[in-house]
Write a protein that binds this ligand. Structure first.
Ligand code: SF4
Ligand code: SF4
Length: 434
């Protein structure tokens, strides 16, 4: 990239004045902000964070206090849905983090860790599968039991919390489906591409397989292109724009030319970022138009299934289910009705709303690890709402939320099962006798 292009990107990788000026400081977003609800501090509210961004825009230094308040934001975008003035807070926080990433040198250990996780691990099927084997060994070869027997979890309660938040390793991984085409059941009505994700390929491989089956049941020929890569959502949320753009270009090259009716994901966090590829690459002329075209074809799996003539040949499921909105589906993609419609289409299933269903559960990518204390406080409150629905199942539409809610059930729940909406549909199709 030429130096002038690089400078242009630097100017856009920071909050823009016109975006900041949309905030009229009314405070109507405060009650939707999980960190403000816990702390009650203006500087940890959307309005307070925007105020601090304005200060930095006007020349104030990026201080430790600024970093602290912005790091504590979940980027859940609950404030965006609540705002009557159209403030695009998601864009603001990502721009602010991109600016921090450019201007602030983090301690060397943090830099090394971030460089490994974001630059090497997440985009690499080989390293992800290697990490999954390590996780499997930890869980099944007695290392976890040993740690518990030695009292390590009691001595270091934080380690016990992080242990609860570590994902499972599932074999075979979904990377084995890469490069394959799965035929539609019956007449082919749609030709779709599916993104497997990054960690999801090794930790939610069975969910990805269920997604393929549900699509096949609905007349979809499902392509899983082999040259796709991580969507870059975690990079975007952390302000690591260079890698996010690199991954976006790779996915566009891999998926745009296949003539697909839709490009699908079962992860709300991924979907939200994939739909924003147009904005991410809008200043890169060779890719700008293709990125916009790509983004227009992306659909969350719930959104897609609710928009087609759904196959209703399902067996009955005698269960009670509530639904936790994933932030990046409800606030990021404005998809709220679709998962509820799908759940209600399952015969026998009783659906019950929980209060404040679209309030963040505290997962937010790797926030629950990095900001564990705040995340657990938010989760405890979320579980109060989930418990009040008195259901056997808590359904959601994002893998990160599933991990977080499972930890929530262990700590504060009533033994509920946490499932993806698609897993419930898959069970219903499997019970069909027709
Ligand atoms: S994105 Fe979420 S945590 Fe951050 S300011 Fe908005 S509501 Fe609060
Ligand atoms: S972000 Fe929106 S709701 Fe919140 S203070 Fe600003 S204008 Fe009001």
């Amino acid at each position: 990239m030429a130096a002038s292009d690089s400078n242009t990107l630097h100017q856009i990788d920071q909050p823009r004045r016109r975006d900041l000026d949309k905030c009229v400081h009314c405070g109507l977003c405060l009650n939707s902000c999980p960190t403000y609800r816990v702390l009650g501090l203006e500087m940890d509210s959307p309005r307070g964070r925007i105020y601090q961004m304005v200060q930095v825009h006007e020349g104030a230094p990026i201080s430790p206090s600024y970093l602290e308040h912005l790091d504590l934001c979940l980027a859940c975008r609950g404030c965006e849905s609540a705002c009557p003035s159209g403030v695009q807070y998601g864009r603001l926080i990502e721009d602010a983090r991109a600016e921090i990433e450019r201007k602030i040198e983090r301690p060397w250990l943090t830099r090394a860790l971030r460089s490994f996780v974001f630059g090497k691990l997440l985009p690499s099927p080989t390293l992800l599968q290697f990490a999954a084997r390590g996780l499997w060994a930890y869980r099944t070869l007695g290392l976890r039991t040993l740690a518990s027997a030695l009292g390590i979890f009691k001595a270091f309660p934080k380690l016990a919390e992080l242990d609860q938040l570590s994902p499972e390793a599932e074999f075979p991984s979904f990377f084995s489906a890469y490069g394959k085409v799965f035929p539609a059941e019956g007449t082919r009505r749609h030709k779709v591409a599916m993104l497997g994700g990054c960690v999801a390929n090794v930790s939610f491989a069975r969910l990805n397989e269920a997604t393929v089956r549900v699509l096949q049941k609905n007349g979809c020929e499902v392509h899983v292109p082999g040259n796709q890569t991580c969507c870059g959502a975690l990079h975007q949320h952390a302000g690591i724009r260079t890698t996010a753009r690199h991954l976006a270009r790779k996915n566009i090259d891999a998926l745009l030319t296949g003539g697909f009716d839709a490009i699908l994901t079962n992860s709300a966090g991924c979907g939200s970022t994939l739909k924003e590829y147009g904005e991410l690459l809008e200043h890169e002329p060779p890719y700008a138009n293709r990125a916009a075209e790509f983004a227009a074809r992306v659909k969350d799996i719930n959104e897609f299934l609710a928009s087609i003539d759904l196959n209703t040949q399902m067996g009955p499921l005698d269960i009670t289910v509530t639904y936790q909105d994933s932030c990046h589906l409800a606030h990021g993609q404005k998809v709220r009705a679709a998962p509820r419609k799908l759940l209600r289409s399952v015969p026998g299933l009783q659906f019950r709303e929980m209060p404040m269903a679209d309030l963040c559960c505290g997962s937010a990518g790797i926030y629950n690890v990095i900001q564990n204390e705040m995340s657990m406080q938010i989760l405890e409150r979320k579980m109060d709402f989930a418990n009040s629905a008195s259901t056997q199942v808590i359904a959601t539409a994002n893998t990160g939320c599933m991990i977080q809610l499972r930890a929530g059930v262990k700590r504060h729940g009533h033994g509920q099962r946490v499932a993806h909406v698609i897993e419930i549909l898959d069970e219903a199709y499997r019970k069909s006798t027709r």
